[in-house]
Design a protein around this ligand. Structure first.
Ligand code: TIU
Length: 222
């Protein structure tokens, strides 16, 4: 077992049983000119997670960790888009409608793709998810289970929405999750702080929180 300095206490992992999971680092959420920015959000708060996540991704690849990427989005015919999600927000241009980078959150569209800096390698699984949690209506659990994965190191956006939902789903399925605070981002600084606190409170009720430097140090030792 390897140890990463973390809160509420050290996180333990083994290379063979640990995966890096990068949540929804898609152009439409992260890039200037995308759907997220069109909704009035400050995407620089998400952009700053790219560089540290890239360093973690590079190190994970070098060390041979399983790397899994997720993308939030829907089939082009929108048959997997629940009506409540379609209607939520009363947006003039919402999911499935034309957006600044193609149809919003539709698979195959430019804005749905992962940002260039974190582009998945050909051998890295990409899990397309219709919900906020990466386990809901996907094969993520079986993919991890079949590889003997027990620990997840989690990066991505947004901290209080898809990252938090995924960590909660993972925790209930028996995975230990380490969230790297500089590799996750929220449009709302107060939610960033609260979402991280919620994970590590009560003895790590949902998991552990650390940062890229501390994780990279632990990975380098291994
Ligand atoms: N990936 C993810 O978090 N999807 C969202 O819709 N996040 C928001 O914060 N809106």
């Amino acid at each position: 077992m390897r140890s990463v300095a973390a809160e509420p206490y050290e996180f333990q992992f083994e290379h063979a049983s640990c995966a890096l999971v990068i949540i929804d680092m898609q152009r439409d959420f992260v890039d200037p000119g995308g759907f997220g920015e069109a909704l009035g959000n400050d995407v620089s708060l998400l952009q700053k997670a790219i560089a540290p996540t890239r360093r973690v991704l590079d190190a994970a690849r070098r060390k041979g960790l399983l790397v899994v990427h997720t993308r939030e989005g829907h089939r082009p015919d929108l048959s997997d888009l629940p009506l409540n999600k379609k209607l939520r927000g009363r947006l003039k241009n919402g999911i499935g409608d034309p957006g600044p980078m193609g149809r919003i959150l539709v698979r195959g569209e430019y804005g749905h793709e992962i940002v260039d800096a974190l582009k998945p390698a050909p051998d890295e699984p990409v899990v397309d998810k219709p919900g906020k949690g990466a386990f809901y209506a996907t094969d993520l659990d079986s993919l991890l289970h079949n590889r003997g994965i027990r620990q997840l190191v989690v990066c991505g956006v947004t901290t209080e929405v898809c990252v938090n939902t995924t960590v909660r789903e993972a925790n209930d399925r028996g995975y230990d999750c380490l969230v790297l605070e500089d590799c996750v981002g929220s449009y709302f600084p107060e939610f960033q702080a609260a979402a991280l606190n919620m994970i590590k409170a009560q003895g790590g009720i949902f998991g552990w929180v650390s940062d890229s430097q501390r994780f990279l140090k632990a990975l380098a030792r291994a």
